[in-house]
Design a protein around this ligand. Structure first.
Ligand code: ZN
Length: 215
């Protein structure tokens, strides 16, 4: 036995509270709600089919009020959540929806402050730094605890963010495959997505900026 305490920490990080069936435009899902004993927030696991066993399709999705409730075009969170729900409805799997992750963890007010600075020409990373905030303050201990509670050990993770894979693995979750989730690119968020690709290591295609080498 070589347990460094990871599994014990996972077992106490969240408490399962309630499960109920919810029909949605994407299909009918089991909504399983958890309380996060460390962050004090509540999270959801949206479950389709029986995801236990190896190779379950999983999206670990950070709450984004502006993108999901209001259809903001400044990010691609809304289309990513929709696409993930469609995929798990079709193939089975889980979307872990993490509350308290607004603005990559800096909160709604600071996210809007960062947007305001972006109007002056800063990119998403520079705006956070100008506010003396972390570029990415999210942590995934609760997500790992929820996946463990669901009996998932080896998952196929829907993400373009290699750091999310690394963080989940550090919390004891084995990611057998990273499945890209390339949706929602448009004129309004092309610069934001380019910054995530070029400065934050996200695996994204395309380049909206003018190419100085082209005529
Ligand atoms: Zn967003």
């Amino acid at each position: 036995m070589n347990d460094d305490g990871t599994s014990a920490r996972r077992a106490t990080r969240v408490s399962f509270e309630v499960e109920t069936l919810v029909p949605t435009v994407h299909g009918e899902f089991r909504f399983r709600a958890y309380h996060d004993r460390v962050a004090g927030t509540d999270h959801l696991a949206v479950v389709s089919g029986d995801p236990s066993g190896p190779g379950a399709l999983v999206r670990v999705h950070s709450e984004c009020l502006t993108g999901e409730a209001f259809g903001s075009l400044k990010c691609e969170c809304g289309p990513q959540l929709d696409a993930a729900l469609d995929l798990i409805a079709q193939h089975g799997g889980v979307v872990v929806y993490l509350r308290g992750h607004e603005g990559r963890g800096i909160g709604l007010l600071n996210k809007l402050r960062a947007y305001r600075l972006q109007e002056s020409g800063l990119d998403t990373l520079e705006a956070n730094m100008a506010l003396q905030l972390p570029v990415d303050a999210r942590e995934y201990g609760a997500a790992a605890a929820i996946l463990a509670e669901l009996g998932l050990t080896g998952i196929r993770l829907l993400t373009n963010n290699p750091d999310k894979v690394t963080q989940l693995e550090e919390h004891g979750i084995t990611v057998t495959e990273r499945v890209p989730l390339i949706v929602g690119r448009g004129d309004e968020n092309a610069g934001y997505l380019d910054t995530k690709r070029d400065r934050m290591g996200h695996q994204l295609p395309g380049d909206s900026r003018p190419n100085p080498m082209s005529p």
